[in-house]
Design a protein around this ligand. Structure first.
Ligand SMILES: [Zn+2]
Length: 256
């Protein structure tokens, strides 16, 4: 069977974090799937929060943006768990993870990626999707697929510092322990440009400038988005040991 990559996110536009991997996997012959937890109906548009019945309108706007993004990334299929946006405290994690499990069984993925335990930016919906994914993963027979978390940059990996050339305080904010990074994906120019153009699609969320996505200057966004870091959940299965020096972290063509 053809290899399949599944990226699990919380809101339309979160796919940006794994867009490079989706693009790379596609070019290597993978089928790619995106699963969003919500429709993003509680988001904001051009600075104004949508509330009440206007949520329906925003949901439809964001769905259209998501459709275009999936088209750009050449995603084979997308799914939605239909969880209420921005209300992770109300989510029934059991039911949601069973729903996700059914979708995953249907897809038969080789690789699944989602947020790390901090949700990338501590957003409760992101953390919720991390929990739901880990729970669904636990219910499936081990060995069927590998689960990876999108994560920050390895703190002591000098190669990353040289590549990013960011000021020290910013690197401090954007890094974690080396042993929480299993793979670094370095995008080609073409892949990187395609990834950045995802941000142009989400006009409802980032009407002014691409950099607003990560609340950082465009120059910084462009530097960091060229690389994607992933942590293997089940490190026993990864092709290199979890205890390794910084020089053992290599740039993968695709996650191993
Ligand atoms: Zn999000």
């Amino acid at each position: 069977m053809q290899d399949r990559l599944v990226a699990i996110i919380a809101h339309p536009d979160d796919e940006f974090m794994a867009a490079g991997l989706l693009i790379r996997a596609k070019s290597l012959g993978y089928k790619t799937h995106l699963i969003s937890g919500t429709y993003g109906e509680a988001g904001r548009i051009k600075g104004q929060h949508f509330r009440g019945d206007r949520e329906e309108e925003l949901r439809s706007i964001r769905q259209k943006e998501f459709d275009v993004s999936c088209l750009l990334l050449n995603v084979d299929r997308y799914h939605n768990l239909g969880l209420p946006d921005n209300r992770a405290a109300d989510w029934d994690l059991e039911t949601a993870s069973r729903g996700l499990e059914d979708i995953l069984i249907n897809i038969g993925p080789s690789i699944v990626v989602t947020f790390n335990r901090d949700g990338g930016n501590h957003h409760p919906d992101h953390i919720g999707m991390h929990k739901i994914t880990v729970q669904a993963f636990g219910s499936l027979p081990r060995g069927d697929y590998k689960l990876y978390f999108n994560t920050l940059f390895p703190r002591n990996f000098s190669q990353i510092h040289a590549m990013l050339e960011l000021p020290a305080p910013l690197m401090e904010k954007m890094t974690i322990d080396d042993n929480e990074v299993s793979a670094i994906l370095a995008l080609t120019n073409e892949e990187h440009l395609m990834k950045l153009s995802v941000l142009d699609i989400y006009r409802s969320q980032f009407p002014d400038e691409r950099g607003l996505y990560y609340k950082m200057p465009l120059r910084v966004l462009e530097a960091v988005s060229r690389y994607e870091c992933y942590e293997n959940f089940d490190k026993g299965n990864v092709n290199h040991p979890p205890e390794r020096s910084d020089t053992d972290v290599v740039l993968f063509d695709l996650l191993l």
